[in-house]
Ligand binder design. Structure first.
Ligand code: FAD
Length: 370
């Protein structure tokens, strides 16, 4: 059995960020179930990410990747008249519409170049806490790899499979789901704006992507009749065409839908505790955001970096490192919940619609641990 300092489960944005910051300091292995990043929704990266890339010594490399700039947002939210907010007054400048697959691959490569090892495709089949650390069995192709690690980072996304296996509980705040599809966008860069439109049953989102493509997504609650729209590609297209401004925006962009579409949960969730003796959760595993916030990737980068720093301090014997990390995540969670209530509170046009009523009332959280 080989000994390492840190095992990271999940090689997405949070796991790769934790690994690239720990790699120069300690032996670290990432276990990732997919051989390489696959296309997935979530391409808007806020401008504040610039500061994190600078702190991690990655800003020049990130800019050289040439992701499309995002200059602001146009929305119909709380008012039938469209509002535009641009990046001119943002001290960090513009954000980005990412080529998400390439972004994730780039982060993984940064982790490897800084000394992290990655096993992919691979999954943890057994994990047990013993006196000398975690004993872990990993299925990697036809092999079983056995490792002993002092610390485990769960960066496996919303499911937080490792932390939950160790007894942590997920608090789910709502039942938001998202149906999405991609298409061609003939208007170069779509003026670099993200577009959001509220409707009685939920809200729409569309954004231009690199290579003349565009994402179109609809959000509602899983138990509402409109969930049928989110699950059905053709229904998505019909309803998008009838939304107040969205339909004409798609027309003017020359939007032609591709065959690929998808459906995913998009609820807000938090893990309790998000760090304990010998384990720590980062990214969506620790706190998952409503896509309305566009905060998920930023949070994955931020908590990936914070989890790496907390892990290094903890392994040096700093007993306050994990409580400090829990406090950091608690502050992020409180601020996020306040902002989310504020954003949804701004839309009061359908006071009797269940989707909006739920968001104007105090959420009834559900705690889950299988
Ligand atoms: C509909 C929707 C739209 C979104 N849009 C945006 C957006 O525009 N901007 C934004 O910033 N955020 C957005 N997000 C959120 C963003 O995608 C996430 O916050 C971000 O992906 C979190 O990164 P992560 O590394 O924590 O988790 P993930 O990206 O989920 O990565 C987890 C990794 O772990 C791997 N994994 C999972 N289970 C295991 C296992 N058992 N063993 C090994 N590996 C495992 C997965 O393959 C994956 O590579 C959106 C989310 C949704 C649902």
């Amino acid at each position: 059995m080989r000994s390492i300092d840190v095992l990271i489960v999940g090689g997405g944005p949070a796991g790769a960020t934790a690994a690239l910051n720990l790699g120069p300091l300690r032996p670290v292995v990432i276990v990732e179930r997919n051989a390489s990043p696959s296309p997935r929704i979530g391409e808007s990266l806020p401008a504040a990410a610039r500061r994190l890339f600078r702190d991690m010594g990655l800003l020049e490399q990130f800019l050289a990747e040439g992701h499309a700039p995002c200059y602001g947002q146009r929305s119909i939210w709380g008012d039938p008249q469209p509002q535009e907010r641009d990046a001119v007054r943002d001290p960090d400048g513009h954000g980005w519409h990412l080529d998400r697959t390439r972004f994730e691959q780039w982060l993984r490569e940064a982790a490897i170049s800084r000394g992290a090892e990655i096993l992919a495709p691979a999954t943890v089949t057994h994990i047990e806490r013993k006196l000398d650390g975690w004993h872990i069995a990993i299925a990697h192709g036809s092999e079983v790899v056995e490792l002993r690690a002092a610390m485990v980072i769960d960066a496996a996304g919303r499911g937080a499979p490792i932390a939950r296996r160790l007894g942590a509980q997920t608090r789910i705040d709502d039942r938001l789901i998202c149906g999405w599809l991609y298409g061609r966008d003939e208007q170069t860069g779509g003026r670099g704006l993200t577009y959001v439109e509220a409707t009685e049953e939920g809200w729409w989102y569309t954004a231009p992507m690199p290579h003349h493509r565009r994402v179109l997504a609809f959000h509602t609650d899983a138990d509402l009749p409109a969930a049928r729209i989110a699950r059905d590609r053709d229904a998505l297209l019909v309803h998008a065409a009838s939304a107040r401004e969205l339909g004409s925006l798609l027309d003017s962009a020359g939007f032609v839908a591709e065959a690929e579409s998808g459906f995913t949960s998009a609820h807000s969730a938090t893990l309790d505790p998000c760090a304990g003796d010998g384990f720590i959760a980062a990214g969506d595993a620790a706190i998952a955001f409503d896509p309305l916030s566009s905060q998920g990737l930023l949070n994955a980068l931020y908590t990936g970096l914070a989890a790496a720093e907390a892990t290094d301090s903890y392994l040096r014997g700093d007993s306050d490192a994990l409580p400090r990390y829990r406090e950091t995540v608690a502050v992020i969670t409180d601020t996020y919940r306040q902002h989310l209530a504020l954003w949804y509170g701004m839309e009061q046009r359908w006071p009797d619609a269940t989707f909006w009523k739920r968001r104007h009332e105090k959420p009834a959280a559900v705690t889950e641990n299988p």
